[in-house]
Structure formats: structure tokens, C-alpha cells
Design a protein around this ligand. Structure first.
Ligand code: ADP
Ligand code: MG
Length: 356
């Protein structure tokens, strides 16, 4: 089957008894890509990755690797490797023995195994004398690096990751996100990564797929997922967002208490068609009587939260909708809690979703 994709899924279905976990999924993953699948718990992420590495069998459809069907190829004959959430290192073995384990299974000679293990310690920025160190003497971050070294030992074409960082504390997670991205650059391998964290996905990925109840809702580069979501689900999944229920008519929009300026022409929604007008909190401005915005709305400042480098505001509109505004700390607004405010934003910073 002709395809430029490294990995291709076609109509992949997975059922467990009467329950359908994957509803005919199509997907192309390109060579060298950092591809992330994001979705809430139970959406089918682990199920999908288990099918890809051969830990489970598909119910229907096909999986292709470089144009060859692999869905009936046993896991140990696929050029792929899985990195799990629980690291599954052997605690009674040394770091070196852990890294060499997959090579030993493939009958690689001891000297060649050790040479490869030392190379991988270098790649993962671990000192070479860790070769003889016990796993129990390694910190959480070091163990994660050992697990990565072991995953890379037999030079797999694709590395799969199933929420490998979710059990770690925040700081370590942030460090390892950057290291993983860096490792991806240095190895040039294809990474397929699963997480339920939008932040993690945004930091590392070339492309992101948003999964919902066994289907892909949207597959796009991170920036498009953030600024041009196709649905309310994707918009709300990718962080704080303001959504206004609007209706099209006469080249403009009405609804949600918005005052729409003459320049805010729109033709995406037909007359009477309903949609959601989206604006992210960082694009909402505080205005005054002299401000000219494409979209304006009035309300009352309810709360102000300090988020480190940013300040978040909550404004309740006259219609009772809560709007989130975010400013850099240095641009902190001089508005008092409880006071009446006018908010505004430009059409260029909005996005229309054709659903309610
Ligand atoms: P995620 O990794 O996105 O949290 P999973 O892929 O683990 O989700 O699970 C998706 C759905 O499939 C869940 O509803 C889960 O209960 C169900 N499921 C997964 N594995 C099995 C199984 N072996 N038997 C029955 N149901 C399963
Ligand atoms: Mg899972």
C-alpha cells in the first residue's frame, strides 16, 4: 500500500466484549516526528499504543509500517519500543545490566553490549561510572534516564511513551520534558507520546492529536490546536478559554451581550447559524469609554489571581458569563475588585467554532 507515512493506521477498531474502545481510527505518523496523543483518562490512548507495539490485537482495520502490514507481526519482531509510566527497571541489577538487557535478549556479545551501554550513558548525560551503580542508588530522574537508555539500546525505529512522567513531581517533570525533546532532536527517531497533560504536549510535540472517547477530535500542529480548535472539547482541553454563544446574521455576529464594531465583519456563520466565538484570556483587554474594540462586553471584576509571572482576572458579564483575562504581571490592570469594567478584543484574535 503506497504511503509516505512511517506508521499508518487505517480504520482501526478495538472492542472489548460489547465495549468499543477505538471506533475506526485513521492516522499517519511521519518519520522523525514527535507526535503526541492527548486525551482524558479512558479515551483510548493506552489501548491504541498497545495495538501499535503489538501488546494487543486489533479487532478490525490495518496498521502499516513503511508500507508493510504489521498488525499481525508479534511484538518482539516489530522495530518499536515502549517506555512505560512505571519504569519497570530491574532493581537488583546495575544500571549497565539494565541498559544491556534488550541486547542480551538479542544475543549481542558482552563487549559490544558494554560499548553500547556506555554510549547511551553519554547520550543521556549520565556519568560513565554509573555503569556499575545499583538502580536503588539512583534518583527518580536518573532512573528515568536509565529507562530511556534501555529503550534506545537496540535502536528502535519508533519509541512509544505511555505517560512516562506522570508519576514524577512537577520540577523533575519539567526538566525531563526538555530532556526528552532534546533527546528527540539528537536521535532523530520517531517519538509517539501519550499524555493527559496539554502543557506537556505543547512543550515537546511537532503535532498533537486530541482523543475523545475512542476517536480523534483534531490532529494538528500545537499552535493550530491552541488557536484554531475545531470543537468546544478541544478548545476547553487546551487550557483557559472564553467561548461566546453567537449567531450569524448580516455579515456580523450577535449574542452573549457582545457589542460588535463595524469592522468585525464575518462570513463564516450564515444568517441564523449558531456557533462559538473563541478568544484566549491573553487577548482580552481592559478598556474605557474611549476604547475601540471589534468586540466589547461589560461586566464586573470578581477576582484577581497571581499566577507567578501572570495575573488572571475573572469578570462576570451582565449576562452572568464568567470571562477570564490574563495579563503579564508588568501589565497588571489598575482595576478594583467589584468595579464595573469594559472588556474588548480584536477580531484577528478570535476564532469561530461552528458548533455550540
Ligand atoms: P486511556 O489510556 O486513554 O486512559 P485506555 O486505552 O486505557 O484509556 O482505555 C480506554 C477504554 O477501554 C476504557 O474505558 C477502559 O476501561 C477500556 N479498556 C481498556 N482495556 C480494557 C480491557 N483489557 N478490557 C476491557 N476494557 C478495557
Ligand atoms: Mg492510559
Amino acid at each position: 500500500m503506497a504511503s509516505n507515512a512511517l506508521l499508518r493506521l487505517q480504520g482501526v477498531v478495538k472492542t472489548f466484549g460489547t465495549f468499543t474502545a477505538l471506533h475506526g481510527v485513521d492516522l499517519d505518523i511521519n518519520e522523525g516526528e514527535f507526535f503526541t496523543i492527548v486525551g482524558p483518562s479512558g479515551s483510548g490512548k493506552s489501548t491504541m499504543i498497545r495495538l501499535l507495539v503489538g501488546m494487543d490485537e486489533i479487532t478490525d482495520g490495518a496498521i502499516w509500517l513503511r508500507g508493510e502490514r504489521i498488525d499481525e507481526t508479534p511484538a518482539n519482531l516489530r522495530p518499536t519500543c515502549m517506555v512505560f509510566q512505571s519504569l519497570a527497571l530491574f532493581p537488583h541489577m546495575s544500571v549497565g545490566q539494565n541498559i544491556e538487557f534488550p541486547l542480551k535478549l538479542r544475543n549481542v556479545a558482552p563487549a559490544a553490549r558494554k560499548a553500547r551501554a556506555l554510549e547511551l550513558l553519554d547520550l543521556l548525560h549520565l556519568p560513565r561510572n554509573y555503569y556499575d551503580k545499583r538502580i536503588s542508588q539512583c534518583s527518580g530522574g536518573e532512573r528515568q534516564r536509565v529507562a530511556l537508555a534501555r529503550a534506545l539500546a537496540f535502536d528502535p525505529e519508533i519509541l512509544f511513551f505511555d505517560e512516562p512522567l506522570s508519576a514524577l513531581d512537577y520540577r523533575l517533570r519539567k526538566t525531563l520534558e526538555k530532556e526528552l525533546k532534546d533527546l528527540h532532536h539528537r536521535t532523530g527517531k520517531t517519538f509517539v507520546y501519550i499524555t493527559h497533560s496539554l502543557e506537556e504536549a505543547m512543550v515537546m510535540s511537532d503535532r498533537i492529536a486530541i482523543m475523545k472517547a475512542g476517536r480523534f477530535e483534531q490532529i494538528a500542529v500545537a499552535d493550530d490546536i491552541y488557536s484554531r480548535p475545531v470543537s468546544r472539547f478541544v478548545a476547553e482541553f487546551m487550557g483557559e478559554v472564553n467561548l461566546f454563544e453567537v449567531t450569524g446574521g448580516a455579515g456580523t455576529l450577535t449574542g452573549a451581550g457582545l457589542s460588535v464594531g463595524p469592522e468585525a465583519r464575518q462570513t463564516e456563520l450564515a444568517d441564523g447559524e449558531e456557533g462559538l466565538l473563541m478568544v484566549r484570556p491573553e487577548y482580552v483587554q481592559f478598556g474605557d469609554a474611549d476604547s475601540h474594540f471589534d468586540y466589547a462586553i461589560s461586566g464586573r471584576l470578581l477576582e484577581e489571581y497571581a499566577l507567578g509571572s501572570r495575573i488572571q482576572y475573572e469578570v462576570e458579564t451582565t449576562d452572568g458569563q464568567i470571562i477570564t483575562v490574563e495579563k503579564l504581571r508588568e501589565d497588571r490592570a489598575s482595576v478594583r475588585l467589584g468595579s464595573d469594567v469594559t472588556l474588548g478584543f480584536d477580531a484577528a484574535n478570535t476564532h469561530l467554532i461552528a458548533e455550540r
